[in-house]
Design a binder for this molecule. Sequence first.
Ligand code: PLP
Length: 377
Amino acid sequence: MKPFDVYPLNPIEITKALDLKVWDNKGIEYLDLYGGHAVISIGHTHPHYVKRLTDQLNKVAFYSNSIENPLQVQLSNLLGHISGKAEYDLFLCSSGAEANENALKIASFYNGRKKIIAFKGSFHGRTSLAVACTDNSKIVSAANAHDVEFLPFNDLEALEAAFESYGNEVSSVIIESIQGVGGIKVATPEFLSKIRELCNEYNAVFIADEVQCGYGRTGEFYAQDYSNQLADLYTMAKGMGNGFPIGGVAISSKFKPWHGMLGTTFGGSHLACAAAIAVLEVINEENLLANAAEIGTYLLKELKSFDKISEVRGRGLMIGIELPQELNQIRKNLLFKDHIFTGVANPNIIRLLPSLTISKKDADFFLESLDKRLKEA
Ligand code: PLP
């Protein structure tokens, strides 16, 4: 047997990692500004995280959700406190796709409707919404169990027109307030506030997909917080476990649970909770939201002064650097010449999603390397 070949692979084998540094099997050191799609939030192998996980592994790693698990209570309290949304409840699962599917389901239970509004260029995982990203990626439609309408992003008129014509059928509106896979496009505060207003008017559910943009990355706990609009459901995963698979839905108190409403085998296991608690403890103790805001603002400001860059977008440590097509080698050069990992979004956008522990020194090393590669191009 061999791995099913669905990923284009870089010929680099990582054997060791610490904070933003990773080393390959030849001992070459790299700076990781991608963290495996925004997953590494508190740095690789953070000592507090490693200790908490190891200690937990030596006690109990897993038992089913049919027994009391005080770690789920501890995690909910901590998340409520740090996110500033203590009045929400938490449902735990194991990935972003699962979090979104559960959010859609909660919405459907709430208003008894099926129709979903999503936006072009968004990506909500390999869910029944997978078709959403066909604009700019090769992701194709999954079996579509839901009735999904894809509207243009940030288009107030299209949104209003949609609600006018079928608002009473809309179960939920799901949005990434910063599109990740779609190329770091930021929703305007007006757009988010219009979604809130229309959801209130038509009793539809507002779902913030914070799987990539959330968890402190922008300097606020949820990326959407900058708009001052509350979502009814916040989905999360990626940075939540710093590499340990865990996802969740923060659920407003207007939704009432009942036994059997939702469920999962692995979600909220002892080990997953230990990982997520360790992440929040480190975010809190090391003041990482402030660091994300500070270094992110610095990077965005400096990047805007590079004249060969077509456009710089994002907030905090979720940054898209759009380059002209003829500079499409820059990302590869950063990797193979400067040993810097970055991500990509189509058509030619370098995506930065570094750990929230990034230092100014790391940021400067990236800026100097990028400057060098742009000058030689
Ligand atoms: N939502 C967003 C915004 C994402 O970026 C992703 C993954 O990239 C997902 C959902 C799906 O998460 P997962 O791959 O953990 O299922």
